[in-house]
Design a protein around this ligand. Structure first.
Ligand code: HEM
Length: 402
């Protein structure tokens, strides 16, 4: 099918998303589309509009209203109206002043210092996972490295006891699927498990973030039980597949450029700026989470009516040539400015941890192994069919110790 006819989120879209986004940026500032679950949305594709939309208070998040709007639209489209609204009482689904309060209570505990303290453990977990990879044999780096690393790190951060980790990892793997027959039972199991864990942390607090959150308070304000649960779940969702995609997409990029792989191995100080550009060039998040218009909003000259669902196309904005010269090229010297962690009040609270994990994971990978052999042609590496996340299904490689 010619690229000019490929619709957003259609069957042909996933492996040609970059070209489709380039065409849409050219054609206009906002585009109507239907998400894979049947939800009609408006998608913002250009950098300046995207940045403005992420800070526009008329693009709201309030969970109850948003769920109501989405249910109405799904029902009108004849699609299933089952939404995972048990999870909505967290900051990413809230507007000020609720958002301000929830974010402040987490930010006080999830500090740069707590993240820095994790550095040696992240390095250790990375080394253990890489040690377990067989040299000279086919290995899927997504399954064996990119996914297990972030979920192990979050488990440590939240203080999930060691014996529960394997079960927990299994649930989270199902949970991040967009297929409801897998994600619904897994999400129920996670809620039940975390409810018990929170009670245990209350009774006997440890050094972990979850314990800290059970006691955290500001001017006597505390997270209610339901908010605590929702915050724990948000950390889990927000920090899992996103970071996995950073590692997997980054490894896919490097495996196709052996000279860059070697350079990073020899000059560890060049890893952080390259990771920053990998976040822009093949970012982990395709679209922002949903927002709704609380009144008609002008986006780049097009009016989006009130009560519509709007998504910001982050990967598209990051490739906008009006903002980034030779946008498709990785240029570690260009500095930041990408929207991969969002922008405005919902800017990713986990960005320091995500960068730390990305830098350690890719840094160790290139130092311990010589440039890997990709076992399929690069164009056969399939993208996951996810409207929100931008990741690959599998990365079959052969590794040899450096
Ligand atoms: C929010 C990206 C890793 C915690 C966000 C948003 C983006 C994002 C784009 C804003 C979404 C929107 O406005 O619709 C990423 C990427 C990551 C990553 C690309 C990895 C490379 C993490 C990690 C954590 C985390 C590791 C924590 C463990 C959060 C939280 C929010 C958030 C709590 C909500 C902030 C708020 O609503 O105020 N992230 N994230 N993220 N992220 Fe991340």
């Amino acid at each position: 099918m010619p690229e000019s006819e490929i619709a957003l989120f259609s069957e042909q879209y996933w492996d040609r998303a970059t070209e489709v986004a380039a065409r849409l940026r050219e054609q206009g500032p906002v585009h109507r589309a239907v998400m894979p679950n049947g939800l009609p949305v408006w998608v913002v594709t250009r950098y300046q509009d995207a940045r403005a939309a992420l800070t526009d208070p008329r693009l709201c998040k309030d969970a109850d209203r948003l769920n109501e709007i989405m249910r109405g639209k799904l029902a009108a489209a004849g699609a299933s109206t089952e939404l995972l609204s048990i999870f909505s009482k967290h900051m990413l689904m809230a507007d000020p002043p609720d958002h301000t309060r929830l974010r402040r209570l987490l930010a006080r505990e999830f500090t740069a210092r707590r993240v820095e303290l994790l550095r040696p453990r992240v390095a250790e977990i990375t080394a253990e996972l890489l040690d377990a990879l067989p040299a000279g044999e086919p290995v899927d780096l997504v399954e064996r490295f990119a996914f297990p690393l972030p979920v192990t790190v979050i488990s440590e951060l939240l203080g999930i006891p060691l014996p529960d980790r394997a079960q927990f990892r299994h649930w989270t793997a199902d949970f991040v699927q967009e297929r409801s027959e897998l994600s619904l039972p897994a999400s129920r199991a996670i809620v039940e498990y975390l409810t018990g864990l929170i009670a245990a942390k209350r009774a006997e607090p440890g050094e972990d973030l979850l314990s800290a959150l059970t006691i955290a308070s500001e001017d006597g304000d505390k997270l209610a039980e339901r908010e605590l649960l929702a915050t724990a779940i948000l950390l889990l969702i927000a920090g899992h597949e996103t970071t996995a995609n950073l590692i997997a997409n980054g490894a896919l990029y490097l495996v196709q450029r052996p000279e860059l792989w070697r350079e990073l191995a020899q000059r560890p100080e060049s890893v952080p700026p390259v990771v920053e550009e990998l976040l822009r060039v093949d970012g982990p998040v395709r679209m922002s989470t949903s927002r709704f218009t609380s009144e008609p909003v002008d986006i780049g000259g097009t009016t989006v009516p009130e009560g519509e669902v709007v998504l910001v196309a982050i990967t598209s904005a990051n490739h906008d040539s009006d903002r980034f010269d030779r946008a498709a090229e990785l240029d570690p010297g260009r500095g930041s400015g990408h929207l991969s962690f969002g922008h405005g009040i919902h800017y990713c609270l986990g960005a320091p941890l995500a960068r730390l994990e990305g830098e350690i994971a890719l840094g160790q990978l290139v130092r311990r192994f010589s440039p890997a052999e990709l076992l399929v042609p690069a164009e056969q590496v399939r993208r996951r069919h996810s409207a929100i996340m931008n990741g690959i299904e599998a990365l079959p490689l052969r590794l040899q110790a450096a």
